[in-house]
Unconditional design. Structure first.
Length: 93
C-alpha cells in the first residue's frame, strides 16, 4: 500500500505543468519602469507587453534578459575604446 502511495506522489509531480498568469496592471507598471532610462526599440517594449498578456513572469524574464544583453553590449563598446595620452618622453625642449 505504501509503495502505491509513493508512486502516486511521484507521478503527480512529473505530470504537473507550470501555471502561467497574465500580468496585472501593477505588474505592467513595474515592467515599464524597468525599461525607463534605456533606449530600447518600441518593438521590444511591445513584445514584452504582449508576453505579459499571457505570462507575467515570462515578460519579466524577457525584460531582464534584454537589459542584460544591452548592458553587455555597452561594456564591450567601452572596452574597445583606446585612451591616448601625451607622452612625456618626446618633450619639445
Amino acid at each position: 500500500m505504501y509503495k502505491a502511495l509513493i508512486d502516486d506522489i511521484f507521478s503527480d509531480s512529473e505530470d504537473t505543468e507550470e501555471t502561467t498568469f497574465p500580468a496585472t496592471d501593477e505588474d505592467l507598471l513595474i515592467l515599464t519602469e524597468k525599461y525607463l532610462g534605456f533606449e530600447i526599440p518600441s518593438k521590444v517594449f511591445l513584445q514584452a507587453i504582449a508576453i505579459a498578456d499571457y505570462d507575467g513572469a515570462a515578460a519579466f524574464r524577457y525584460v531582464d534578459n534584454y537589459l542584460i544583453t544591452l548592458k553587455n553590449k555597452k561594456k564591450r563598446k567601452q572596452k574597445k575604446l583606446l585612451v591616448l595620452g601625451c607622452s612625456t618622453r618626446f618633450d619639445n625642449n
